[in-house]
Design a protein around this ligand. Structure first.
Ligand code: PMP
Length: 392
């Protein structure tokens, strides 16, 4: 890389955002001082166990859940796998059931559904409208007597589209046997979370999207939804997730969750304003097309744009040369070099789906950085426009 990271402007917070200084401090202190295994019966183990208990209370408190609902995991990929494979695994008679998700889920949900489908479970992938949202009537129509699980994300990681969870929850409630899972990774700290109001049984969250550490997350299990653990091992995490608990990680995660919820409203207002500032210059970047829906159908921190006829990697690298870091699609899928599955589901337009740029804001994003980003977008679109493979 030519430019040092210090002078770069970072707009890839949805892939990972820098940890909060308090989170780093707490994590370091715990790593230095509380190193015993929380499952050990001596007093040092007891001290560690007490910290884990406190972390559980803080996460539960921030999300209006009970401490017994909190299962600490290695991140949301694991939480999503546990929610989906664990729910289907717990069904009597196994896999001959029906499960529902959407076409725009993160790979850690989508690939679980694909795997279960290959193994014989019937799957419905709900389509989305041009805003990237499922239609509640499609969900209602898809439910069958044998439907066991519905999994929907709160906020889409590529476009910021918000799913109609309250409406979905109302529909799910009419079918008491169905487990409702929400991948809340990109919504937590960005929008209010109402697990009770939405009737959610399982909720996934991840540390590194909310200024916490990487490699730690949680699955909240409300109402004792039946789950089969993914791993064999010890009795940790209510016998649902064996393995020594990551004590510094879960303490740091709990701090990050609390801060994310406390600061959500203020951040929402700040990002909404910055988004408005960014989009007010859309006409200047003439070939760019906005993929994200308008507020409040999207969360404000993610803006997805396409440059039809231009591969998104080219634009990402051109911006990088100007000191601006943005991304193509989900970091977990960006190395596949395929058109974005999410943008395809929304637009059915291969050019748009192959040329998507994701700009995602974080705690350090301010008006000056948005101005610099806008200038860079104007420069890059002007410079690259003659190289487009198609003009529309
Ligand atoms: N779900 C969504 C919506 C995400 O954006 C991500 C992270 N890209 C994940 C799940 C996976 O989270 P983790 O990185 O903690 O495994």
């Amino acid at each position: 890389m030519k430019t040092s990271t210090a002078s770069m402007l970072y707009f890839d917070h949805s892939a990972s955002t820098p940890p909060h200084p308090d989170v780093i401090r707490t994590m370091t202190e715990v790593m230095e001082q509380i190193y015993a295994n929380p499952s050990s019966i001596h007093h040092m183990g007891g001290q560690a166990e007490q910290l884990v208990r406190r972390a559980r209370e803080v996460v539960a408190g921030a999300l209006n859940a009970s401490p017994n609902d909190v299962i600490f995991t290695s991140g949301a990929t694991e939480s999503n796998n546990l929610a989906i494979l664990g729910t289907v695994g717990a069904l009597a008679g196994g896999r001959s059931r029906h499960i529902i998700t959407s076409a725009v889920e993160h790979a850690s949900v989508y690939e679980c559904f694909r795997e279960l489908e290959r193994e014989g479970t019937a799957v419905t992938y709900l389509p989305v409208d041009e805003h990237g949202r499922i239609r509640p009537e499609d969900l209602e129509a898809a439910i069958r007597p044998e439907t066991a699980l519905i999994s929907l994300m709160h906020v889409n990681n590529e476009t910021g589209s918000v799913q109609p969870l309250a409406e979905a929850g109302r529909i799910v409630r009419e079918h008491p046997g169905i487990v409702f899972h929400v991948d809340g990774v990109q919504g937590l700290g960005k929008l209010p979370v109402d697990l009770e109001g939405w009737g959610v049984h399982l909720y996934s969250l991840s540390g590194h999207k909310i200024r916490g550490p990487k490699g730690v997350g949680a699955l909240l299990r409300r109402g004792q939804a039946p789950l089969k653990p993914l791993f064999a091992g010890g009795a940790q995490e209510h016998r649902l997730r064996p393995g020594t608990v990551n004590v510094p990680g879960v303490i740091a995660l709990s701090k990050a969750v609390r801060l994310a919820v406390e600061e959500q409203q203020a951040n929402y207002e700040r990002w909404s304003e910055l988004r408005g500032l960014l989009l007010s210059r859309l006409e200047e970047w003439d070939p760019l097309v906005l993929n994200s829906p308008p507020l409040p159908l999207a969360a404000p921190h993610i803006v997805n744009l396409s440059f039809p006829g231009m591969k998104s990697e080219v634009v990402v690298h051109a911006l990088e040369e100007l000191g601006i870091i943005v991304s193509t699609q989900s970091a977990c899928s960006s190395k596949l070099h395929q058109p974005s599955r999410v943008l395809m589901a929304m637009t059915n337009d291969t050019e748009r789906a192959a040329s998507g740029l994701r700009i995602s804001m974080g705690a350090d994003t301010d008006a000056a950085s948005i101005e610099r980003l806008s200038d860079a977008l104007a420069e890059v679109t002007k410079r690259l426009a003659p190289m487009r493979t198609s003009r529309r």
